[in-house]
Design a protein around this ligand. Structure first.
Ligand SMILES: [Cu+2]
Length: 358
């Protein structure tokens, strides 16, 4: 990269970086059932609310788990996390919208979702015993640009909200949903990626029978995985050039009742995202085309995948394995959210001095 390019990128990042990273603050099931997420601020309240989000008081900084800790229990549901005390009710096949705090656009990377069977009770489960299977994994969704468009960018465009469908095929029971993005702005160097796992408890009802095998949270990633050490600041020609880390997506994730994207049910996450080339037209299998006519919602409104506008032919259309998430058209006219730079977290531009760390 030339010096001028670096300078231009640096200025862009300084201008757009927000201080905090993020947590999931709100969860909406099936478009109607709203649940509060966990906030580290709860630890200062005399009577903290019981929420479905896992308790993680050490995330006061809205920070991340570093790759050096990918083998430690901190990666399971974030640093020092203990089970949430409430449970969301979900019908298998329903979509869950996870709303983050305003996500910094410098923090580009994949978005992944996993489930793990808790047995009788997620609110008291031993997290080290959980075995996670992946139901959603999206990396680059448009190779244009340097860096290219990642799932995190789509999440930002969708009002900092990611939508994931709970597979209709899984058997009823108690599950931890492990939702995560991994920021890659410093991932060109070892231990530079930043994992932001967020867990919630759900109780799934339905008539599914699948009980997919999973892996312990501490075995999901290695610090040397090709999708963990990865330079995003180069030219890309295909969405598949980024290998989404972790196990393959459970191949029953997209089966079951409509509007599952049956044709795009690729087992491998990287294959799945390769289907998300910048499309001029909406793929015939796009599930959202069965939904209501496109509605343009304000950036602050929680938006579900069903509003992914078929009308917006110029927008990059994403067709990820879950069929959801970040397929909102860019909302350029509405301007970026309020941003500031307080000198924290200068991302990869601090390659030499480990930026974005405490
Ligand atoms: Cu950060």
């Amino acid at each position: 990269m030339t010096k001028s390019l670096i300078t231009a990128s640096l200025l862009a990042t300084l201008a757009t970086h927000v201080a905090a990273h993020g947590i999931v603050t709100k969860i909406v099931v099936g478009g109607t059932k709203t649940y509060q997420g966990y906030s580290p601020d709860f630890q200062y309240q005399p009577t903290p609310p019981a929420v479905i989000g896992w308790t993680a008081p050490l995330t006061q900084d809205r920070g991340f788990v570093e790759p050096a800790s990918f083998g430690s229990p901190d990666i399971i549901c974030h640093k020092g996390a203990t089970p949430g005390k409430a449970v969301a009710q979900v019908v298998a096949g329903e979509t869950i919208d996870l709303q983050w705090t305003v996500w910094p656009d410098s923090h580009k990377g994949p978005v992944m979702d996993y489930l793990a069977d808790c047995g009788s009770d997620c609110t008291t489960v031993d997290k080290t015993q959980l075995k996670f299977f992946k139901i959603d994994g999206v990396g680059i969704t448009n190779p244009a640009g340097t860096p290219p468009n990642f799932a995190s960018d789509d999440m930002i465009k969708n009002a900092s909200t990611w939508s994931v469908k709970i597979p209709a095929s899984i058997k009823p029971g108690n599950y931890v949903l492990r939702h995560e993005t991994i920021a890659l702005h410093s991932a060109g160097q070892e231990n530079g990626a930043q994992a932001y796992p967020q867990c919630i408890n759900i109780q799934v009802t339905g008539s599914g029978t699948a009980s997919p095998a999973g892996v312990a949270g501490t075995s999901l990633y290695k610090s040397t995985d090709p999708g963990i050490i990865f330079d995003i600041y180069r030219k890309f020609t295909s969405t598949s050039e980024y290998p989404v880390p972790g196990p393959a997506v459970f191949d029953g994730s997209s089966s079951g009742s409509a509007p599952a994207p049956v044709a795009s049910a690729a087992p491998a996450a990287s294959k799945a995202s390769s289907a998300a080339a910048p499309a001029a037209t909406v793929p015939a299998t796009k599930p959202s085309s069965v939904a209501a006519p496109a509605t343009t919602l304000p950036a602050t409104t929680l938006k579900t995948s069903t509003t992914a506008a078929p009308a917006s032919s110029a927008a990059p259309v994403q067709n990820n394995t879950g069929g959801q998430g970040g397929s909102a058209p860019p909302q350029r006219g509405q301007g970026p959210p309020p941003k500031q730079n307080n000198g924290q977290c200068n991302g990869r531009f601090s390659r030499g001095n480990r930026g974005c760390r405490r």
